[in-house]
Write a protein that binds this ligand. Structure first.
Ligand SMILES: Nc1ncnc2c1ncn2[C@@H]1O[C@H](COP(=O)(O)OP(=O)(O)O)[C@@H](O)[C@H]1O
Ligand SMILES: [Mg+2]
Length: 312
């Protein structure tokens, strides 16, 4: 296992008497997209601002590729590309002029080829010679990503990057991040939207009132979901025969209590095809079969409830 790209150990931020961040620890691996999920006021921005030292932390340790930000800030931050506030651009300059201005401030010489490459990556090639004041929010956001990428960082940090983007813009951002992750770049990203985190991240931490209550691993969550028993609504005729067969086969079901032959069967999804075959071979007519999958919110509550917390 290679060293983590970002390591946060026992981060605490106190303002006045209030602990805004309460002993948070997590790490982000190479090529991993890691999310911070939580409602407004949970502490996501405070965590991110502490990492890039826009604010000072009260205690704890932040290490970027082995460099502690307290003792080796310059070396640590060289590895980071971040959009923490809304990216600021000169509106009367073109996208390209903005990027070149930013590149000229970099300690390394940035070649035109490198700029071209980044512009293509964020799909701004057509608009790059237009003035930024004519850009949509999505285009500004992509220009922000381009700016963050200029010095080839190993770690990208974005605070609520898709706020205000339309679904198409969100998808575009997601695909870009996944492509960068495949090239070995790590991404730390915050959001208050569960669906977004599920689609974008490999893992995400749930932050509630300054505490990290759970780390969801999408690989494991998907696996767990596939193996879970689900409820299937089945409309089977005739009623009596269907009831008898399901009982004989020791299927876990309940029957609608209004006298109609609607069954609610508990089964793992992988057992459904063989059940259907058996029913058909016994001359049962199947008028409907439908999975009652849990909504994301239900699953989210499941994740958070056994920690005693709640969102909002
Ligand atoms: N400078 C500050 N002074 C006092 N309270 C603050 C300050 N900055 C943030 N907070 C409080 O800390 C909590 C976390 O804020 P923040 O990190 O912005 O949350 P998020 O980004 O998850 O919405 C909130 O309750 C907020 O009011
Ligand atoms: Mg915030």
């Amino acid at each position: 296992m290679t060293q983590p790209v970002l390591e946060i150990n026992h981060l605490v931020k106190q303002i006045g008497a209030k602990q805004i961040i309460k002993d948070i620890s997590f790490s982000v691996n190479e090529g991993e997209i890691f999310g911070l999920l939580g409602p407004n006021g949970a502490g996501k921005t405070t965590i991110i601002r502490s990492i890039v030292k826009l604010i000072s932390k009260t205690s704890g340790e932040i290490i970027i590729l082995g460099k502690n930000i307290d003792t080796s800030y310059t070396e640590a931050i060289q590895q980071v590309g971040a959009i923490v506030e809304n990216p600021e651009f000169y509106p009367y300059m073109t996208g390209l002029q903005n990027l070149k201005t930013f590149a000229s401030m970099s300690r390394n010489k940035i070649s035109n080829e490198r700029l071209e490459e980044i512009i293509q990556l964020v799909h701004l090639d057509k608009a790059i010679n237009n003035k930024v004041k004519t850009y949509s929010l999505g285009m500004r956001q992509r220009l922000g990503v381009a700016q963050a990428l200029i010095h080839e960082p190993k770690l990208l940090i974005f605070d609520e990057p898709t706020n205000g983007l339309d679904p198409e813009g969100m998808k575009e951002f997601r695909l870009q991040m996944k492509m960068l992750a495949r090239q070995g770049v790590s991404v730390l990203v915050s959001s208050h939207l569960l669906t977004e985190m599920e689609q974008l991240c490999d893992r995400f931490a749930i932050i509630e009132r300054g505490e990290l209550t759970h780390i969801a691993d999408m690989k494991q969550e998907n696996l767990a979901e596939a193996e879970q028993l689900q409820t299937f609504h089945m409309h089977l005729e005739p009623l009596e025969l269907s009831r008898e067969l399901l009982t004989n086969w020791k299927i876990d079901y309940i029957l609608a209590d209004n006298g109609t032959s609607h069954f609610f069967v508990k089964s793992s999804p992988s057992d459904i095809p063989s059940l259907v075959k058996k029913l058909v071979s016994e001359d049962v007519s199947i008028f409907a079969i439908e999975a009652h999958t849990k909504t994301l919110e239900e699953r989210f509550l499941e994740i958070t409830k056994h920690n005693g917390g709640s969102m909002e």
